[in-house]
Design a protein around this ligand. Structure first.
Ligand SMILES: C[S@@+](CC[C@H](N)C(=O)[O-])C[C@H]1O[C@@H](n2cnc3c(N)ncnc32)[C@H](O)[C@@H]1O
Length: 283
């Protein structure tokens, strides 16, 4: 009896895998979004969550809806590319940027910074504040990109939930913030509107790390909490993209759960701050 149940479960898994593969292929061919090399376990969970939310009972049925309804694709996109972020997220990262990256930036007349996978922009506004306080914002340009156009719209607007400001103020202080955090925003209804001047030197644009190419040469690339969703082969390809996009002695900044270790580019970097995952391109 138990053996029979196991057999049925295995069969369901096989069918699931086929359906998931077909859905991802269809999404890629119809919309150009390539999730075929995302880490499978979390991908499958998210696709199923979307199927349930749409009221369909198979992945094939979801595929049918996706191919014929772009609004459904938008919803899946939000599910697949989780956009969780925060201002001064992991504050010690910003302390390390202040202490170890800013001195390098001071040696250049002009710097280009790429924030890849910027989500709704909290990381970009945090970085802009830090650069401003360190007196290097004027000669920096930040390119903030994400696969998802709707999060970019929110990033451009620069309005973040007011009820988050207490947590963000704590983060800002821990990150070595030098002013009163409230100087940077105006409270409006339930939102905090951040100063427009913070994004004066920021270009927000859609860019897909899976399929789009390098578009400039950068002194710093920040890509935190994005590659955790990619499988190993895709991570390696994105590391190539970053390596090709970084100027010599440029800095690659990854998230706390990510590392350059075991990537084919490991030897091309040295640690600038191993704990905070800051790496300097040296060859
Ligand atoms: C968890 S958020 C990280 C946000 C921010 N970097 C941080 O650490 O707070 C991941 C972001 O990566 C984006 N993303 C996922 N796949 C991507 C891809 N192929 N190309 C560009 N961005 C992608 C998602 O849309 C999402 O906004």
């Amino acid at each position: 009896m138990a053996a029979k149940a196991d057999e049925q479960a295995a069969e369901r898994d096989d069918v699931d895998e086929i359906e998931l593969g077909l859905l991802l292929e269809g999404v890629y061919r119809r919309y150009g979004f390539d999730f075929r090399e995302y880490a499978p376990a979390s991908l499958r969970r998210r696709v199923w969550r979307r199927a349930h939310a749409e009221g369909v009972s198979t992945i094939s049925a979801l595929q049918d809806r996706l191919l014929h309804d772009p609004a459904c694709m938008e919803r899946l996109l939000l599910d697949l590319s989780i956009n969780v972020t925060a201002m001064f997220r992991d504050p010690t990262f910003y302390v390390a940027v202040r202490e170890k990256v800013v001195p390098l930036l001071r040696t250049y007349p002009f710097t280009r910074i790429w924030v890849a996978g910027c989500s709704t922009g909290e990381e970009v506004y945090s970085l802009a504040i830090l650069l401003l306080e360190e007196g290097v914002y004027e000669r920096a340009r930040i390119y903030a990109t994400d696969i998802n156009e709707s999060v970019l719209d929110r990033a451009r607007a620069g309005v973040f939930p007011l009820d988050k400001m207490r947590e963000y103020t704590q983060n800002y202080i821990k990150a070595g913030g030098q002013r009163a955090f409230s100087e940077y925003y105006l409270a409006k209804y339930d939102g905090a509107q951040f100063q427009r001047s913070l994004v004066e030197n920021v270009v927000f644009a859609q860019h897909n790390l899976v399929s789009d190419r390098s578009f400039n040469e950068f002194n710093v690339i920040v890509c935190r909490n994005v590659m955790i969703y990619f499988d190993r082969a895709l991570q390696d390809r994105v590391h190539r993209l970053f390596y090709d996009s970084l100027a010599m002695f440029g800095v690659l900044a990854l998230g706390a759960k990510e590392s350059i270790r075991f990537s084919p580019f490991e030897d091309r970097y040295e640690d600038l701050d191993a704990n905070e995952r800051l790496y300097k391109k040296v060859s």
